[in-house]
Design a protein around this ligand. Structure first.
Ligand code: 3PG
Length: 402
């Protein structure tokens, strides 16, 4: 059978780069398999076309050597369950086991290689070292499909270099993701509202910079909010604070005012005297954002702010959301994230597009029990979707176009 961009793939070995970087708990049980499910359509299409499918992926950030806790073995099992067909697992990425497993594949069968980041060549900054490892990967296949959207912003051997060595095509997931994100950057329907959260301002600088010229409203929550509050002159107690970003936040607030972009910061905050951990029962207290006690830290946006944010989202035609509003993993600090997620599920009702971007926010909506289909799109890419919105070049995409 045919696969778009590759022609007839039956009997051919096709290497597929997927993003199977899923969260696991201490028992190594997968807590959110969204990325696995999102990867299946491309793998299935190739298998149904008669290809011998060799999936390559990473888990976490091991430092170029095998580490049991980063093994993809549990992911191979789950991939097989979702696919509804066995997935052969290779105990290494390009070694003897990989070659044996690939040689043993019949047409239409699927294998998963061990964590590609167990090999120093994968993430090396040295082009020659990365190239050498990419050649080893390329030996395992006749063609390459790039389908790991969450890693297209990485110039790594299994994303970038290998695409220069084999006939290559874009997978269905990458092409869907790019199609949706394009709607956010090319004349988005207005009002265009962006909700940003997560712990660090420093992770979001590029995207804020870019959105100040494009979005109508920017709603800010999560840990990054305290640097903004401090930039406005408020005391933030023991909350997360990036002192080196205070000037940047002040500049953003000023630029927003000048350009007519509305930046909405929470007016109330849920605080506690300690970060939730261990056996201690959380003691959430709601305080005005301008009166965070010195002995407390902010862990969620307050109920009034959540309602304000929901109101600001009510007539949005385009919404992009990246980063939880609080420590949503702990029920006492999950309300802000839940209320914002709820507001996003209503965007569709009036014909708008809501996009949830980022590993954390995507996991948040699923762990909070939302039905994925009530959102316009849940992106599998965190850093990748942010870099796309920043207007940066994505090496894993450019290499396919080149
Ligand atoms: C992600 O989790 O965003 C992707 O899998 C990329 O992982 P990385 O940030 O470790 O490259």
């Amino acid at each position: 059978g045919e696969y778009a961009g590759l022609g007839d793939v039956s009997g051919k070995r096709v290497l597929v780069r997927s993003d199977l970087n899923v969260p696991l708990d201490a028992e190594r049980t997968i807590t959110d398999d969204g990325r696995i499910r999102a990867s299946v359509p491309t793998i299935r299409a190739l298998a149904e076309a008669g290809a011998r499918v060799v999936v390559v992926a990473h888990l976490g950030r091991p430092k170029g050597a095998p580490e049991e806790r980063y093994s993809l073995a549990p992911v191979a099992t789950r991939l097989g369950e979702v696919l509804g067909a066995p997935v052969a697992f290779a105990g290494d990425t390009v070694g003897e086991s990989a070659h044996e497993v690939v040689a043993g594949l019949a047409d239409g069968e699927v294998a998963l290689l061990e964590n590609v980041r167990f090999n120093p060549g994968e993430t090396s900054k040295d082009d020659a070292e990365r190239g050498a490892f990419a050649r080893q990967l390329a030996e395992l296949a006749d063609a390459f499909v790039s389908d790991g959207f969450g890693v297209v912003h990485r110039k790594q051997a299994s994303v970038y270099d290998v695409a220069q060595l084999l006939p290559s095509a874009m997978g269905a997931l990458v092409s869907t993701e790019i199609g949706v994100l394009r709607r956010l950057t090319e004349e988005p329907a207005r009002p265009y509202v962006v909700v940003l959260g997560g712990s660090k301002v420093s992770d979001k600088l590029g995207v804020i910079d870019n959105l100040l010229g494009k979005a109508d409203k920017l709603l800010i929550g999560g840990g990054m909010v305290f640097t903004f509050l401090a930039a406005q002159g408020h005391e933030v107690g023991k909350s997360l604070l990036e002192v080196d970003q205070l000037d940047t936040c002040r500049e953003y607030l000023k630029r927003a005012e000048e350009s007519g972009v509305q930046i909405l910061l929470p007016g109330d905050i849920v605080v506690d005297t300690e970060f939730p951990a261990g056996e201690r029962t959380p003691q959430p207290v709601v305080v005005p954002a301008s009166q965070i006690p010195a002995d407390s830290l902010g862990l969620d946006i307050g109920p009034a702010s959540a309602a304000d944010f929901a109101a600001a989202l009510a007539d949005a035609q385009t919404v992009f959301w990246n980063g939880p509003m609080g420590v949503f993993e702990v029920p006492a600090f999950a309300d802000g994230t839940r209320v914002v997620a709820e507001a996003l599920t209503r965007t569709r009702d009036h014909g708008g597009l809501s996009v949830v971007g980022g590993g954390d926010s995507a996991a948040a909506v699923r762990t909070l029990g939302f039905d994925e289909s009530t959102f316009g799109h849940i992106s599998t890419g965190g850093g990748a979707s942010l870099e796309y919105l920043e207007g940066k070049e994505l090496p894993g995409i450019t290499v396919l176009e080149g």
